[in-house]
Structure formats: structure tokens, C-alpha cells
Design a protein around this ligand. Structure first.
Ligand SMILES: *Cc1c(COP(=O)(O)O)cnc(C)c1O
Length: 227
């Protein structure tokens, strides 16, 4: 299958999952994950309709954006170190991986310097795994409350990566938990905060994620093949 065919198949599966859940397929954005994918193949995906591209490393993204920049919108989905925040603000429309107040503050400062309001998501370590990025469920509300006070970032939702599993059904309870957490934060009525996005679901489990309310799914392997 070509990249274009794979992309179409993923789009169709997203639409079918949305319909099963009684959702409008247009309420789910497909983020095409291009980490390790070379510019020629990214170009092919863009030609076939990929509009949002996800990279997990700032340096790798910098080189690609220099070549392909305006062809699409770029999101950072991998962990961000504070000393790279300056570049991330320059490069990305949305940063999915804010998991501490210190990082939020650094992004805020860099955004102020760049004259930008940086859109971000809070990454949640939904299963409380030791080696996983993301803030713990128990402190996510506090981070949302404090980060919402920063003027040059706009928190738009939550992101998570459940524990790896062969069976997509194993991800379902974690996706439900992220949606519930978003509901808890929304109920706090935090001034300046408008959580609309749930970034969840990858090649192995994006249909389950859509059934559970994902507004963004991040798919690489199902489009480009294994890395
Ligand atoms: C690599 C990556 C993805 C895409 O994973 P696939 O299984 O290739 O679809 C999604 N989200 C994050 C954070 C990633 O690092």
C-alpha cells in the first residue's frame, strides 16, 4: 500500500469509529506522526492530505520544518526539555507535552519574547507508570490551575499515552480516565482555561480512542509502516 492509500484507510477507520460512537467524524483531527520519516515521504503524505504533522524531537523537527515548513501545521508530541522551549515556541503550533509548571513557565516566557500565544496540552501519565512522561493524575488539576495564570500560553486540552499493549481494548479504561479527568478540570471553572482537546490514540488503538472521545489521534506506523 502507498502512503496515500494508508492515509485514506486510517481516515476511513477514524470516520467509522466516530460514527459508531455517535460523533461527527469532523470532530477528530488526524495528526500524522512523521518522526524518523524522511522529507520526501512526508511530502507524499502532505500531497495525499496530511495537514497536521507530529514530531517528537525538536532538533529533528527543526531540520524538516526548514525544508517543508509551510506545507503543514507542526505539533510537538515528545518530551520537551526546558532549554529547548525557545525553539519549540518558534516551530510548533501546538505542544502536547507540558508536564510541569516549570516547563509551562519557560514556554510562557519564550512565547512572550516571541510575541506569540503558545497553544499547549497537558500530558498526563494516566497509568502512573514509573518511566513515563506526564504529570500524575492527582496533580494535573493543580498544574492546570497554575499554568492557566500564565498569559502567553493557552492550555487547550490533555494528552496521554497508555501503557503499551497488543490489545487496543486494554487502552480503553485509560482513555476513559483521561476524558473523566478533563471533566473534573472543566468543573473547576478555572479562569482562562478552555479544555477542548483530548490527544489520545496511536496506530494500535486510535479507533478505541475515538470511541472514547479523542479529538486528536496521533498515527505514524499505520501510515508510513514500522520505524
Ligand atoms: C511515535 C508516537 C506516536 C505514533 O505512534 P505509532 O504507533 O507509530 O502510530 C504517537 N504519539 C507519540 C507521543 C509518539 O511518540
Amino acid at each position: 500500500m502507498t502512503i496515500a492509500e494508508n492515509l485514506k484507510a486510517v481516515q476511513d477507520r477514524i470516520a467509522a469509529a466516530a460514527k459508531r460512537a455517535g460523533r461527527d467524524p469532523a470532530s477528530v483531527k488526524l495528526l500524522v506522526v512523521t518522526k524518523t520519516v524522511d522529507p520526501a515521504r512526508i511530502r507524499e503524505a502532505v500531497k495525499a492530505g496530511a495537514a497536521i504533522l507530529g514530531e517528537n524531537r525538536v532538533q529533528e523537527a527543526r531540520d524538516k520544518i526548514a525544508q517543508l515548513g509551510g506545507l503543514a501545521t507542526w505539533h510537538l508530541i515528545g518530551s520537551l526539555q526546558k532549554n529547548k522551549a525557545k525553539y519549540a515556541v518558534k516551530l510548533f503550533d501546538l505542544i502536547h507535552s507540558v508536564d510541569s509548571l516549570e516547563l509551562a513557565q519557560e514556554i510562557d516566557q519564550q512565547a512572550a519574547r516571541a510575541g506569540k500565544i503558545q497553544r499547549v496540552l497537558i500530558e498526563v501519565n494516566i497509568a502512573g507508570e514509573d518511566a513515563k512522561a506526564g504529570i500524575n493524575v492527582g496533580t494535573a488539576v493543580d498544574l492546570a490551575r497554575e499554568a492557566a495564570k500564565l498569559r502567553n500560553i493557552r492550555i487547550q486540552g490533555l494528552m496521554t499515552m497508555p501503557p503499551y499493549s497488543e490489545d487496543p481494548e486494554n487502552s480503553r479504561p485509560y482513555f476513559q480516565r483521561l476524558r473523566e479527568l478533563a471533566g473534573v478540570i472543566i468543573k473547576e471553572n478555572i479562569s482562562g482555561l478552555s479544555l477542548q482537546e483530548l490527544s489520545m490514540g496511536m496506530s494500535g488503538d486510535f479507533e478505541v480512542a475515538v470511541e472514547e472521545g479523542a479529538t486528536m489521534v496521533r498515527v505514524g506506523t499505520a501510515i508510513f509502516g514500522s520505524r
